[in-house]
Write a protein that binds this ligand. Sequence first.
Ligand code: ADP
Length: 444
Amino acid sequence: MKQRINYCLALIALIAIITATIAITFIFYGQFQNQVKKDLKQNAKLLMQTDIFQNAYTNKDDMSDLLSSFSSDTFRITWIDSDGTVLFDDEKNASGLSNHIDRPEIQNAFKTGEGEIARHSDTFNMDTYYYALLLDNGTVLRVSTEAITILGVFLSALPIIVVISILILLGCVFIGHLLTKQLLRPIREMAENLDNSHTVPTYKELEPFVNKIRIQHENILAAAKMRQDFTANVSHELKTPITAISGYCELMENGLITPESEVHIIHQIHRNTDNLLSLITDIIQLSELDHHELPRTFETVDLYETAKECVENQLAFAAKYHINLSCAGVSASIHADKGLIREMIDNLIQNAVKYNTENGSVRVSVVMTDNHPTLCVKDTGIGISPENQERIFERFYRVDKSRSRETGGTGLGLAIVKHIAQIHSAEISLESAIGKGTSIFVSF
Ligand code: ADP
């Protein structure tokens, strides 16, 4: 990443340097050319105003003496007769020069009074600028000068451009280094200190990312803690019935069982193995519910019909506890996994029966509340205190441990119910009063 930022900065700098160099060269060269042309014109006009050429034309003999005093280092003077013959040149012998009548600037001067042109000079990287002016006597005065070409300007500036470019590139690498360091510092510090990530100084643009990581990390920690607690609870729950079974087996092994207690002990072993089985079944069920990617068969299910089927299946169980179990309500369609809904209703009915009082009743009903099909399992049982109402949906939480174990409870039934409700986006609510009973509502 750091290398990429450096490359990008260097590339941007390089493009900026090249563009700026080209633009500046062209702008200044244009101005320089204008200045050269302006100077030539001014010189030619000054020379014309001196009348020296007028005089020299009439006294041709001492023309050279008169004119040579005008020789200049900066520009060349050429004087051409109306037929193109070179009368005077301050750099070369006029008689040795060819007729100038075909030169464009001379032709223009004869036609329009003045003419100018730039020609590539013999010297490398130099152009010669000519300005020709028609005099009153019909001759043409031409002044010319050599000036550097645009390529020449560029080549002469090249060493300084290279030095500046290198300095800018080095500056870019340095700035890139500082920038990436500054950009990455909070991320690095956070990676090193995820547990105290809220103390890491950050900047505005990074805040959503930092917050997200923070939340995810907290969630991971919470999930890890939950798994750890769950494993500890499972181990503990498994240990209790196994210890009991092992104890009874030991008694049997050592022949310490009287014929009268034999039936009781076998019953205890049976009850404990049943508890173990229920526990393992519930754990498997929960772990399957935890796997969101498991395929589920969602279909249109009549909540009332399903509740009726569950009630019928649980009648024998309720009778065992002398509980009157009934079902009422209206047909209500929901989009659900029928197997899971059955499991949920069975769990709620079993709890309502188990935590009931002698000759109590359980009523399962399906009603529509605010257009939502709602299942209600109402019992006349022992009730749940307000401080426990929040917690009974936690895994392995039981209000009365011994009563739960007596009735073969695992402490996972309501956790499974809550999970199934979540899968169906249903809401669970509860009304309960100690000694009066409990109503649990599941609204779809
Ligand atoms: P368990 O296997 O112990 O029944 P659950 O998760 O089904 O576990 O229930 C958790 C606890 O909530 C139970 O141990 C019990 O104390 C309490 N509970 C659940 N349903 C009722 C109810 N209908 N009336 C009173 N208490 C209940």
